[in-house]
Design a protein around this ligand. Structure first.
Ligand SMILES: C[S@@+](CC[C@H](N)C(=O)[O-])C[C@H]1O[C@@H](n2cnc3c(N)ncnc32)[C@H](O)[C@@H]1O
Length: 468
């Protein structure tokens, strides 16, 4: 098999990136946007040893699970990978991904729970983020094509509620009618760079990122938005730098309060244009509710919340425990967490540390356990998973319970293997072990579908220590 060959194949499996897998001529071949059992004609794009990357040319025999994608730019914008599968199949793909990673990476043969579905399959995202660019003299507002800075223009994105279409249309009209300049990546000149929208329970924070806060006729945009929305803020963020970082330091609110007040699980907090928020609000509530119930907190239990973000979950845990410690690397998020502790009267129960979990968590786990306290460790790391220093300390101090929220089945499998004892790090490599008894029992392992239509899968795991 070589580049530019055309081959006919039947899809055998779906990989962790949502792509189809088949074998041909001794090679494992990957092809996106297909489903198991489909007979396809594919073109070979690249061969690397015994791996080939292909593009689908024709679906000769489609699967019964194939549906018409809602989005006209599906396959182009890079945001969704499995919009061509019906929702039941999407959930099956995600469950299988988690299960396969556990088996292949860590030899953990656990019956993964059914994926908790998202209430909405489309229209679930509470955050819209679109670059605005001038390309060859034409203003474009849309998503970057995957792996490039070319804009795929859009009028709507079906992953967002209806407000997205309306706001995109208002901003496009405002730019056109008032001849507002937009950023050109080649000349590094132009005013408007990004449109970012956050929404909570119908309240909207609409932010225009621009190279200067002075945008002509901005009242005309406010008037346009007022025709459709009564609860919104319009904010201008000044970012004169030529980098991939979206926001600059200066925010000016030109309409509304510039914040959204939220109350959930008895904790009140404010969302700003920059605050981190899970993108699927309903599913986030389901996840936090389950985290809280798995922790089984009481007045005698301390909880350590590693990778704690702006501290909302830490505060929810603190309300139900003797004490909660949050650890987060981004200083602004720690400031928000401290503010949240103050406004909710939790200063004595909620302590937030600013810094790297790898440096802070081991001593914190050691301290809580050596004081003889019942200790629950919550971990919600980024995609790369938990640092080895933390795993080493877990193996020494053995917190009573670990509740792990993961956005990467691969790093989750590795970390679970290391914690349970089916894997071990030796001389910078990870080796298999065959222990008679595992260090922890898995008492819950269920994926949550936070991101329908995309390959991404969130998992929630609870581990209980056997030897305490
Ligand atoms: C998946 S988010 C979890 C946020 C939070 N638990 C929530 O539900 O809102 C991961 C968080 O870990 C933080 N982070 C990433 N690397 C870190 C590190 N080495 N030490 C501490 N925090 C880190 C990120 O800034 C981010 O806030």
């Amino acid at each position: 098999m070589k580049k530019n060959d055309y081959i006919t194949a039947i899809i055998e499996n779906i990989g962790a990136n949502g792509e189809g897998i088949f074998h041909f001529d001794g090679a494992t071949c990957f092809v996106p946007f297909v489903l198991i059992g489909e007979k396809i004609k594919a073109k070979v794009l690249k061969v690397k040893g015994s791996i080939a990357f292909c593009k689908v040319i024709e679906i000769i025999e489609p699967s019964n699970s194939r549906v018409m994608p809602k989005c006209p730019v599906f396959t182009k914008c890079g945001g969704c990978n499995i919009q061509h599968a019906d929702y039941k199949t999407q959930l099956e793909i995600k469950k299988e991904t988690v299960s396969t990673c556990l088996k292949k990476i860590a030899r953990i043969d656990y019956r993964v729970g059914e994926v908790v579905p998202s209430e909405k399959e489309y229209g679930y995202r509470n955050k819209l983020q679109l670059p605005i660019r001038l390309e060859k003299g034409v203003v474009k507002l849309g998503f970057f094509r995957e792996g490039s800075h070319d804009i795929i223009e859009i009028d709507d994105c079906p992953l967002h509620p209806d407000w997205a279409k309306t706001i995109i249309s208002c901003v496009k009209e405002f730019i056109k009618e008032n001849d507002i300049s937009c950023y050109d990546e080649n000349t590094k000149k132009g005013l408007l760079k990004h449109l970012v929208v956050r929404e909570v329970d119908g309240s909207l924070l609409i932010t225009l990122v621009a190279s200067s806060v002075k945008i002509n006729a901005i009242n005309r945009l406010i008037d346009k938005l007022l025709l459709y929305f009564n609860d919104f803020s319009l904010i201008i963020n000044e970012n004169p730098k030529h980098t991939n970082v979206i926001f600059g330091d200066k925010f000016v609110t030109v309409y509304g309060s510039g914040k959204i007040s939220v109350s959930e699980f008895g904790v009140s907090y404010e969302i700003g244009a920059e605050s981190f928020m899970q993108v699927n609000s309903k599913q986030k509530k389901n996840l936090y509710k389950k985290v809280l119930s798995l922790c089984e907190l009481d007045d005698n239990t301390v909880v350590i919340d590693g990778y704690s973000g702006a501290g909302v979950l830490t505060a929810i845990l603190a309300k139900n425990a003797k004490k909660a410690y949050g650890v987060e690397i981004i200083q602004e998020a720690v400031d928000s967490a401290n503010n949240l502790a103050k406004t909710n009267g939790l200063e004595d129960k909620m302590i937030s540390y600013s810094g790297d979990c790898a440096e802070i968590l081991p001593s914190l786990i050691e301290k809580c356990k050596s004081e003889g306290q019942k200790t629950v460790l919550v971990l919600d790391p980024p995609r790369k998973g938990v640092d080895e220093k933390i795993i080493n300390q877990i193996l020494i101090s053995k917190p009573d319970k670990i509740v792990y929220v993961s956005c990467s089945p691969q790093s989750l499998a590795r970390d679970l293997g290391l914690i349970l004892g089916t894997l071990k790090r030796e001389n910078n490599a990870i080796i298999n072990l065959y222990p008679d008894v595992l260090n922890y029992d898995i008492t819950y392992l269920t994926p949550y579908d936070m991101f329908p239509q995309s390959k991404h899968v969130e998992s929630l795991v609870c581990l209980e220590c056997k030897t305490n």
